[in-house]
Ligand binder design. Structure first.
Ligand code: FAD
Length: 339
């Protein structure tokens, strides 16, 4: 990683005067800059194996950031170059379109953590269930509700992930964010956390680099037992044998789960293409073998339509839809790839 290099200068020199965005720059120049600045950069990488749904097209460019400096550097580089940027955690809450993602996809794989005086500092790419298991073994309580929520710490902060009435924002002290190209600490109040929502969801200029959480002392055995009990409950209620992103829609309220509305509309088992409303849990839209993102999108649209007709409720997606091909037919060309 060449942190001493000035990518802005490099790009400015490579472009004609006045050209500010990649659309104006030569594709080869951009590719060369990305390759030079991001060692290990890959091109045309299938995203399906990197996402829980197991569907979706390729990333035009993919870079796995193994530490926080590399994550921040890759994000700043994409901003400087003016190319489309997507930061991904573990892909457990995204539906990538069949045409894939243009520009640069950065995988947050910065995973270190440290604990000091009851405060956990953890990098955004850390895998949440593994982290919570480690904490439990050390008798550290606070995040055990998230012991079976797949994904990364960063992804969980973005979506304010939670279970059993608890959520990440309940134990969060601060987040180290990249705001545009400026790094700073943000408080939970600034990040506007709500049920499965945060400022990250509406502000693409915000990237979570790392976070600090408040922990309490707990009994390791009791914490382990709580996490194991939750895992058992999930196995009995969720169709974990199929690919999914967990609950597809947000619950309209705690008293009114989306699953009840979907089941009430008689939609369990509804199948569109190779996507199906689970018989086991109606808010899981599962991908059968051979499913495409278009199948899942079409099923979700049909579920929304029928729930609206049946009960008047407008379901809102919890799963993030990313990339081209989300509103088929979509013929939009790649931004960087030669035609
Ligand atoms: C079987 C199953 C069960 C689930 N159960 C639950 C549950 O009980 N509760 C719950 O809340 N969720 C649940 N989920 C959903 C999912 O696990 C969470 O939303 C998870 O926190 C997503 O993390 P991720 O790293 O996979 O995020 P990703 O899917 O990689 O990304 C999600 C969004 O966050 C953005 N993002 C990711 N990292 C960053 C970052 N560092 N900075 C800025 N933006 C970023 C991405 O661009 C994307 O828009 C479940 C999913 C599955 C598959």
């Amino acid at each position: 990683m060449r942190h001493d290099h000035d990518p802005v200068g490099a790009v400015t020199r490579a472009r004609p005067p006045g050209a500010l965005r990649c659309y104006d720059a030569r594709v080869d120049d951009l590719r060369d800059i990305l390759r030079r600045e991001l060692p290990g950069l890959e091109e045309a990488v299938p995203l399906a194996p990197l996402c829980a749904y197991g569907v979706g097209g390729p990333a035009e460019f993919l870079f796995a950031a193994r530490d926080t400096n590399a994550l921040a550097y890759a994000v700043r580089l994409a901003l400087d170059l003016g190319i489309p940027l997507t930061v991904l955690g573990r892909g457990t809450n995204v539906l990538v379109g069949d045409a894939g993602l243009p520009g640069l996809v950065v995988l947050a794989r910065n995973e270190r953590y440290e604990i000091d005086a009851g405060l956990l500092r953890v990098e955004a790419g850390a895998e949440l269930p593994g982290l919570v298991a480690d904490l439990a073994a050390q008798g550290l309580a606070g995040l055990e509700f998230a012991g079976n929520i797949p994904g990364s710490v960063g992804g969980a902060i973005v979506g304010n992930a939670g279970a059993y009435g608890r959520a990440m924002s309940d134990v969060l002290v601060e987040v180290q964010v990249l705001e545009g190209s400026r790094e700073r600490r943000a408080t939970p109040a600034e990040l506007a956390f709500e049920y499965r929502a945060s400022a990250f969801k509406t502000r693409p200029d915000l990237v979570a680099l790392s976070a600090m959480f408040r922990l309490d002392r707990g009994d390791p055995e009791a914490l382990r037992a709580e996490i194991a009990q939750d895992a058992g409950l999930r196995r009995s209620k969720h169709p974990l044998e199929y690919s999914s992103c967990g609950s597809y829609f947000k619950n309209p309220s705690r008293e009114l789960p989306a699953a009840r509305l979907i089941e009430g509309a008689g939609l369990k088992g509804l199948t569109v293409g190779r996507a199906r409303v689970s018989e086991k849990h109606a808010n899981f839209l599962v991908a059968l073998d051979g499913a495409t993102a278009a199948d899942i999108l079409a099923l979700a649209a049909e579920v929304k339509r029928r729930v609206r007709e049946h009960s008047g409720y407008e379901l809102e997606e919890e799963v993030r839809r990313l990339g081209r091909g989300q509103d088929p037919p979509d013929g939009s060309p790649a931004l960087l790839s030669p035609p």
